[in-house]
Design a protein around this ligand. Structure first.
Ligand code: 13P
Length: 252
């Protein structure tokens, strides 16, 4: 049985000071939440402060990106090892904002997955179709390609421990979330693909979470779907009370 997994992607929000204030409030709000994985992904500058503020709590920390090389002349980048050493346990990879705004490719996502695993980080691999692709009935083909290329070379054991986030691009930051039918279809498809590529056990253990305008008001209907194992929350994770309510819905 997969334990619900609720992650907050803060994107480029919150300074170090704001991070510490937020985590202090969040840890007291969710201190009794059991049977749920709670993860926050602050900007790289706040990773270490978030880890310190969350120490001895039930909150884990994720990076939002990493480079695939161990070190080198890559101005502006951070390596998977650096993210891990800052105390993060997870790293978000292949987010649609990285793919569209920073031209990240499936092959780069694959290299980052390898680097993350090598550094001891759990990858949260994001996949999802644009509105244009959905309108052209290409959704499942796009998911197949992003998933297959992103995870190429991974072992069944590695996939079992990973998180895949289905984030329809048209639902991110738009207030327009996928209907339970749309999310259910995509998640079931992803699980089926994981099963055929990596085997039944890896597919059963891998978490497949949903992202895109998740709010306290819609989290319950998403979590009610058997193949939705949690959520990657953007905007609503910036507000302690909203994120706390989403965590609480996953406990219930
Ligand atoms: P919103 O929840 O703001 O739509 O963002 C979703 C997201 O991109 C999480 O990674």
């Amino acid at each position: 049985m997969r334990q619900p997994f609720i992650a907050g992607n803060w994107k480029m929000f919150k300074t170090v000071h704001e991070t510490v204030v937020h985590v202090k409030e969040l840890r007291s709000l969710v201190k009794d939440a059991q049977g749920v994985d709670i993860v926050i992904a602050p900007p790289a500058t706040s990773l270490h402060a978030a880890v310190e503020a969350a120490r001895n709590s039930n909150i884990a920390v994720a990076g939002q990106n990493c480079h695939w090389e161990r070190e080198g002349a890559f101005t502006g980048e951070v390596s998977a090892g650096m993210v891990r050493e800052a105390g993060a346990e997870y790293v978000i990879l292949g987010h649609s904002e990285r793919r569209t705004l920073f031209a990240e490719t499936d092959l780069e996502v694959q290299k980052k997955v390898r680097a993350a695993l090598g550094a001891g980080l759990v990858p949260i691999v994001c996949i999802g179709e644009t509105l244009d692709q959905r309108d052209r009935q290409q959704t499942l083909a796009v998911l197949d390609q992003q998933l297959q290329r992103g995870l190429d070379g991974a072992t069944a054991d590695e996939v079992a421990g990973m998180v895949v986030a289905y984030e329809p691009v048209w639902a991110i930051g738009t207030g327009r979330n996928a209907t339970p039918e749309q999310a259910g279809e995509a998640h079931a498809h992803i699980r089926t693909r994981l099963r055929s590529w990596f085997g039944a056990e890896a597919a059963e253990r891998c978490h497949v979470i949903y992202g895109g305008s998740v709010k306290p008001g819609n989290i319950a209907s998403l979590l009610a779907l058997s193949d939705v194992d949690g959520a990657l929350v953007g905007g609503a994770s910036l507000d302690v009370a909203s994120f706390g309510q989403i965590v609480a819905a996953a406990v219930a």
